[in-house]
Design a protein around this ligand. Structure first.
Ligand code: FAD
Ligand code: NAP
Ligand code: FMN
Length: 696
């Protein structure tokens, strides 16, 4: 393992304390309770703030015999949990509920009745870590000295009555693939619980998450039916939410939510603490396009958090809360034949005692769709097969059933064409409206619109109240796809940038965003945000050398890192070697912050080295890996001086390849085997000398 000096140990200890504190938020410090849950899919419910944390009591009270727990960060696992709960009820008559892992205690699992079922749907993050809401559960169930209410140690198999089902969500490009479901399954088995069916694993990296889920669940249901003596019945849609139109109210009434995320926002006095459940409506103080080429736009924005009590440190993430493009919102109402009712006020109520109303109400159909539902996302094959029952006629129904049951046909006609639900319904409806789809069905089955994370590209030392982001505007044209895929958040940000630069009605690509927000509350160029702290951190001692690898938007946090070290050097501090490997397509096209690096160079002198890889400037592709190889000797030397090594950007290919290459560089220059080189890289990761901030 890499040797660390005392200062590093202090820094790591502080990081550890910070991490524990972060992951245990809600336990050790107050968190603004989320009144609407993470996802619309959670309509089946979970404990509300102040209610019992006893899951057995809750199931008993509400007459449930199946609980589907989820560990989810960005809503996918929660959506799958909700789908399993609905399917279990519709097809097998199970009385199901969905439960957020963070809302319950687990020391009474040893009394979980034998004739009931627990389902675990778990996503993995970081270095094989749980999602924020699963941290406590994971620590409890994996603890060496776990103990349950009725006493007894692990050797006594305290969970021998518990029957469970497990599915994991992961990405094979990460080193610790699906380790949450693998570990939880191992712990539960060790404690005597019996799994029904196999522990499923969905792979985002291979792009097969949905198909992995569908393939896993059929044999799982067979095993569950056999064990619990269930009979399959014809699946019927049974709403868990009730929508009542309220003609006595109108959008003029100040009690009606028009997209405001909660009551304080509705009443016009946003109040902290601002966090994942309560965004700060932040002014955008500056915005620019770093480059614009062939329809590719790269945005730089400066967002003020002054006066919000929000804080960040260099390397953190900011979450941007988007709203949907007007063009796609219009499509939803057109396809449902509801254009004339879209501004009708509705009250939404849970029909089941465990049901959660997924957004503030009363609201309007329009506000719910625009601000709360992920209407642009890819459509799942399962949703298509379920929605077939509401088709306008038998011919269209048959086509939807075919799409839902034939995975190759679905891939060719839906996935490959990047269709969202409304686009699919529009195309397959052939001019007919889908007015038989109950609105409650859409609210219950579609995922909640999620905030998107961005690596902060400024230094908190240099500008503590202003957060910079660097974002590529997503616009994907695919041969055969009827529409270009326009990223929700990045195109919204582009519209905000255009507005700030004087466009009276900014409307990139005719997307028509509601950029002034509900009741014009975001006017003056504001955007809802919150900050998420990360462990991607500079060494606390600036004299330590660092190596950064960040092609494309992966350079974002490194602008912050270099900005910080340049300021430290200017303040007379001793700053160590600062080496940046940056890659982009062409020097003249997408070389981000080309002029700024020169200023940092002046401040840092010879201590700053930038190695650039322009992939499309010459006859052969040149990537950051080529540059790492070329300067392998220097890289190894710095690592031997305990340089910190950072990678940011594309998780799927670049980050993996850099990891492998570093092992080879170490092997070559330290004259050790490649296996030893890999082990050294692993040890660097374990000691935080190697840090990643990657996404795909
Ligand atoms: C920790 C972290 C840090 C990040 N940092 C940065 C950063 O610094 N800069 C940056 O630019 N990005 C960053 N990202 C990525 C960023 O969060 C967003 O994912 C990205 O900007 C796209 O968001 P969007 O809302 O514009 O696109 P979305 O609408 O979310 O679309 C994103 C992708 O989803 C898929 N998709 C969407 N709809 C469909 C459909 N109908 N059919 C098929 N596929 C579909 C496509 O692949 C599309 O490209 C980061 C992500 C993470 C997790
Ligand atoms: N999941 C993925 O596979 C993946 C990969 C990259 C980007 N993206 C997404 O695409 C969007 C735009 O990204 P961006 O602007 O950051 O990147 P970008 O401009 O597409 O890429 C930056 C540079 O990285 C190069 N590159 C491509 N593959 C690489 C690899 N395996 N190893 C090292 N370098 C490689 C590119 O070269 P060439 O393009 O000339 O090959 C380019 O020079 C982002 O939303 C990002 O998430 C996804
Ligand atoms: C920042 C980040 C880190 C991740 N780390 C891992 C990991 O270590 N192992 C893994 O198998 N999957 C990893 N994943 C993939 C997620 O588990 C996967 O995308 C999952 O669908 C997310 O589910 P959620 O939307 O419910 O949070 C990671 C994804 C992100 C964005």
């Amino acid at each position: 393992m890499a040797q660390l000096d005392t200062l590093d140990i202090i820094v790591l200890a502080a990081l550890l304390v910070g991490t524990v504190a972060y992951f245990t938020k809600g336990t050790y410090w107050a968190v603004y309770a989320d009144p609407y849950g993470n996802s619309l899919g959670s309509a089946n419910g979970a404990a509300k703030a102040g209610k019992s944390r006893n899951i057995l009591e809750k199931m008993e009270e509400t007459d449930k015999n199946c609980v589907v727990f989820y560990g989810s960060q960005t809503g996918t696992a929660e959506d799958y949990a909700s789908r399993l709960a609905k399917e279990g009820h519709a097809r097998f008559g199970l009385n199901t509920m969905v439960a957020d892992l963070e809302e319950y205690d687990f020391d009474n699992l040893d009394s979980f009745p034998e004739d009931k079922l627990a389902v675990f749907v778990l996503a993995t993050y970081g270095e094989g870590e749980p999602t924020d809401n699963a941290v406590e559960f994971y620590e409890f169930i994996g603890s060496e000295d776990v103990s349950f209410a009725d006493g007894g140690s692990a050797d006594d198999k305290p969970l021998s009555k518990l029957h469970y089902v497990a599915f994991g969500l992961g990405n094979n490009t990460y080193e610790h693939y699906n380790s949450m479901v693998r570990n939880v399954d191992k712990y539960l088995t060790k404690l005597g619980a019996s799994r029904l069916g196999t522990a499923g694993e969905g792979d985002d990296g291979a792009g097969t998450m949905e198909e992995d889920f569908l393939a896993w669940k059929e044999p799982m249901w067979a095993a569950v039916s056999e064990k619990m003596g269930l009979e399959e019945r014809e699946a019927m849609y049974e709403p868990t939410l009730e929508i009542n139109e309220r003609p006595e109210l109108s959008v003029e009434d100040d009690t009606v939510y028009l997209g405001e995320p909660n009551k304080n926002h509705l009443e016009g006095n946003q109040k902290g603490p601002f966090n994942a459940n309560n965004p700060f409506i932040a002014p955008i103080v500056e915005s620019a396009e770093l480059f614009t080429s062939n329809d590719r736009n790269c945005l730089h924005m400066e967002i003020s958090i002054a006066g919000s009590n929000l804080s960040y440190t260099t390397g953190d993430h900011i979450a941007i809360w988007p709203n949907n493009a007007g063009k796609e919102v219009d499509r939803v109402f057109k396809v449902l034949g509801m254009e004339d009712r879209r501004h009708t006020v509705i009250a939404v109520r849970g029909l089941d005692p465990t049901a959660k109303v997924p957004f503030p109400s009363p609201t309007t159909y329009d506000a719910a769709v625009r601000y709360h539902i992920e209407i642009n996302a890819a459509v799942s094959r399962q949703l298509v097969s379920v929605i077939a029952q509401f088709a306008p006629n038998e011919e269209i129904k048959a086509e939807m059933v075919k799409l839902g049951s034939d995975k190759d046909y679905f891939r060719e006609h839906v996935t490959e064409r990047n269709l969202n639900l409304a686009q699919l319904l529009e195309i397959n409806g052939k001019g007919q409206t889908w007015d038989k789809i109950p609105f409650s069905f859409l609210f219950e089955t579609m995922v909640k619109l999620q905030p998107r994370y961005y690596s902060i590209s400024s230094s908190s030392l240099v500008q503590k109240d202003k957060i910079a982001i660097t974002a590529i505007v997503e616009s994907i044209e695919k041969p055969g796809a009827p529409y270009a895929l326009k990223g929700v958040t990045t195109n919204y940000l582009l519209a905000l940038k255009q507005k700030q630069h004087g466009a009276p009605e900014p409307d990139p690509h005719g997307l028509n965003y509601a950029i002034t927000g509900p009741r014009n509350k975001y006017d003056g160029i504001h955007v809802p945000v919150h900050v998420r702290h990360s462990n991607f951190k500079l060494p606390s001692d600036p004299s330590k050398p660092i190596i950064m690898v960040g092609p494309g938007t992966g350079v974002a946090p490194f602008r912050g890192f270099v900005q910080e070290r340049a300021a430290q050097a200017q303040a007379g501090q001793s700053v160590g070697k600062t080496v940046l490997f940056f890659g982009c397509r062409k020097r003249s096209e997408d070389f981000m912050y080309a002029d700024e690096w020169k200023q940092y160079q002046e401040a840092l002198g010879d201590n700053f080295k930038m190695h650039t890889a322009f992939s499309r400037d010459g006859p052969k592709k040149v990537y950051v890996q080529h540059k790492l190889e070329e300067f392998g000797e220097e890289v190894n030397k710095l690592l031997e001086q305990k340089a910190y090594f950072y990678v940011c950007g594309d998780a799927a290919h670049m980050a993996r390849e850099v990891n492998t290459l570093l092992g080879k560089i170490i092997s070559q220059y330290r004259n050790v085997s490649e296996t030893k080189g890999e082990e050294i890289v692993k040890a660097m990761r374990a000691s935080n000398q190697y840090q990643e901030d990657v996404w795909s």
